[in-house]
Design a protein around this ligand. Structure first.
Ligand code: MTE
Ligand code: MO
Length: 445
């Protein structure tokens, strides 16, 4: 270990996962209701748009090498995002999580007042609808009781279809929606399940989503179906993150994971009914495998190494690797999609930061790793890394760069060997443009 880095944890040395004690601390952005940070925001608006010209594909990159002393390690990230530190995407005026006191109780958004109705829209039949009117709506206690037998724990990074950066990663705990539907007895003529949360009793403000009957009832092996969650990172889901109860759809972008869930409607309608259909979004999209690049490190001096880091979301098609392309540039003309430089690009592998070493210290206190979906009960380790529908971290150390300006691009390659932005470059099915950052190496003085 380099002397200048002595005393740092192994994970922070590798630019990786922060240890659990730090993860529990309140982050610098906490207290901000909408903490979409600069990184997420710049990437969301396409910071890559203003970049540079083709000068051929001469390569100056070195493979990843040990981090030299003197080079600051990138800040380690908590494995589980503090619930207050997620990027927030919430509609409504006032936004439900700003309600307090009597207004919060009236909205049934306190744990004691929360109720979930399950009804038909008239086109399906349900033996025992659960309604406020009949005083048999589902309450939190019933949900928790069901959890004794049917509870599931699932790691999922929340990602907005329209934001090119995950919002945060949580360990969500709840009941498969399939099990919950057993509480209404025999149902028939159901083709879709529509659901929504509190929306100020204003029909204009409803934010709703939908799933097909099959999506709710069945999941392929090694996948978890949609579930109704009431815990996040080992604690009750805070109001800010959609608590007391939130839908979580493992494979989907954030808009299917309805916050402040209060109503489930069974219908014979054959169509999806997501609020997100507006805005031209593909409401049947599933999470894409895609790498996202952190903000560029500050300029280095010639001979000094540069460390570039980022996240990678693992979508339905899994992750084979993350790779980067470094090209020297001069000028500011963006590289056109059909520039010959693309065909000659030399992509080299990035380092995927290994899984946290100590799961007992990484997961909420007292939670057995084997109780988390996707962990092998025999080893207590995840079956694959990074895990599907959660995020990984990657880094690249670039040593021996000559003075100059460089464009750095990173892309994910999935288990079908599709390199980002393929196979779905259409951004309205999820943002996966190949991201770029610009690196500067100054002449040594
Ligand atoms: N009730 C409700 N649920 C909602 C939303 C909303 O506005 N209202 N936004 C959705 C969208 S578009 C996203 S991306 C995620 C964001 O989740 P987060 O704010 O917990 O990060 O919540 C989803 N669930
Ligand atoms: Mo979203």
């Amino acid at each position: 270990m380099e002397p200048s880095l002595a005393g740092r944890s192994r994970s922070s040395l590798s630019g990786g996962w922060e240890v659990a004690e730090q993860a529990k601390q309140v982050g610098p952005e906490s207290g901000i209701v909408n903490p979409m940070d600069r990184r997420a925001f710049l990437l969301a608006v396409g910071a890559g748009a203003a970049l540079a010209t083709a000068t051929g594909a001469s390569e100056a990159s070195q493979g990843p090498s040990a981090q030299p002393s003197g080079q600051p390690a990138p800040p380690p990230r908590p494995f589980l995002t503090n619930p207050a530190s997620f990027g927030d995407v919430s509609r409504g005026n006032p936004r439900p999580h700003t309600l307090t006191g009597d207004a919060l109780t009236a909205a049934r958004l306190t744990p004691a007042a929360w109720r979930l109705e399950i009804v038909s829209d008239g086109t399906s039949t349900i033996a025992t609808p659960r309604t406020l009117a009949h005083d048999n709506a589902i309450d939190l206690h019933m949900l928790q009781n069901l959890g004794q037998h049917h509870g599931r724990r699932f790691l999922k990074a929340m990602q907005c279809l329209n934001i090119a950066q995950p919002l945060g990663q949580g360990l969500w705990e709840g009941i498969p929606l399939r099990e919950l539907l057993n509480l209404v007895g025999r149902i028939s003529n159901v083709r879709h399940i529509y659901y929504w949360g509190f929306h100020n009793n204003d029909p204009q403000q409803v934010f709703q989503s939908s799933l097909s009957y099959t999506q709710v009832m069945e999941a392929p092996p090694n996948e978890l179906g949609p579930f109704v969650a009431y815990r996040l990172n080992g604690e009750p889901i805070p109001l800010l993150r959609g608590g007391p109860v939130r839908m979580i759809v493992p494979w989907a972008h954030g808009f299917k994971s309805i916050k402040w869930l209060q109503r489930i409607v069974l219908t014979n309608n054959y169509q999806a009914n997501d609020t997100y259909h507006s805005g031209n979004n593909d409401v049947e999209s599933h999470l894409k495998t895609a790498a996202y690049v952190d903000p560029a490190p500050p300029p280095a001096r010639a001979g000094q190494a540069l460390v570039v880091t980022g996240t990678v979301m693992v979508g339905m098609s899994g992750l084979k690797r993350v790779e980067y392309w470094l090209r020297p540039v001069n000028g500011n003309k963006p590289l056109a999609d059909d520039d010959p430089a693309w065909a000659n690009a030399r992509w080299s592998p990035c380092v995927i930061i290994p899984a946290p070493q100590n799961w007992a210290a990484t997961l909420p206190q007292g939670m057995p790793p084997a109780s988390v979906f996707g962990f092998d009960p025999r080893t207590g380790q995840p079956r694959e890394w990074p895990m599907k529908y959660s995020w990984g971290l990657w880094s690249v150390t670039l040593a021996n760069l000559k003075a100059g300006t460089y464009e750095f691009r990173a892309r994910a390659v999935d288990n079908n060997d599709f390199a980002q932005p393929e196979p779905r470059p259409y951004p309205k099915s999820g943002r996966n443009e190949v991201q770029i950052c610009r690196l500067t190496v100054n002449v040594d003085s």
